[in-house]
Ligand binder design. Structure first.
Ligand code: FES
Length: 125
């Protein structure tokens, strides 16, 4: 059996939503204590919906594939659904990741949640 699924390879080789949103409404940045890699997520939110999302990462191939898939999963979705996104949902959508690479998908989940928190804290101000 191949180590990585076709979906992981596809999202690693052709990542979706890579880049920066200059006027982002929420930005999340997290580091992975295990490997030292970094993930940054930018959210553009309109009327409670994720209008646009971009990511930058200094992560491995699994982190790139996970964030690419995670951004696809939340694009156009209401914030209530985005809040519920887990790394499990991301890895399932990728048809799985090797066990020792699961922590890479956690990076994508945490960066998105972090960006949401940033958005909500800006709303309060
Ligand atoms: Fe660091 Fe995958 S090994 S994000």
């Amino acid at each position: 059996m191949a180590l990585y699924s076709e979906k992981v390879m596809d999202h690693f080789l052709n990542p979706r939503n890579v880049g920066v949103i200059e006027d982002a409404d929420g930005i999340g940045e997290v580091g992975n204590a295990k490997c030292g890699d970094i993930m940054k997520i930018y959210l553009k939110i309109d009327n409670g919906i994720v209008e646009d999302v971009k990511f930058e990462t200094f992560g491995c191939g699994s982190a790139i594939a996970s964030s690419s898939m995670a951004t696809e999963l939340i694009k156009g979705k209401p914030l209530d659904e985005v809040k519920e996104l887990t790394n499990k949902a991301v890895t399932e959508a990728l048809d799985g990741l090797p066990a020792h690479k699961l922590h890479c998908s956690v990076l994508a989940e945490e960066a998105i949640q972090n960006a949401l928190e940033d958005y909500f804290s800006k709303q309060e101000k």
